[in-house]
Design a protein around this ligand. Sequence first.
Ligand code: ZN
Ligand code: ZN
Length: 137
Amino acid sequence: MAPLPGGCYCGAIRYAITLDDPESQARTSICHCSNCKKFTGGEHGITTKIPRSSFEIIKGKEHVRVHEADNGSGVALHREFCGTCGGPLLEYGANAGDNIYVFYGTMEDHARDQVEPKGEFFCKLRDPWMPEVGGIF
Ligand SMILES: [Zn+2]
Ligand SMILES: [Zn+2]
């Protein structure tokens, strides 16, 4: 099927995700942990897990910046973002294997439609005003 397009906030970086079947190969999750709040500036992070081999930067590779840090549990977490606008692109932990987690909002509208969220993590850290998302686990 046609690649799922996306990019950073300023447009300097553009990427394409090529999957035969997004329904089975991609998994979008919401995470309420404090790292996700800090990195994204929102109440939660929302990322789509995909095989690393399906992701390709098609424009602006030179703008990609990397931040690596222990995520608090002794595992190195690797985050990529745009050096021009600061917008997040993707992340993966040292134990993520051959998968990466692309920040959901960086995908274009019709791409996000194909990978709606299926799970939620760190629900105990959900802010009190934030309702549970129905129909996922
Ligand atoms: Zn940018
Ligand atoms: Zn998180």
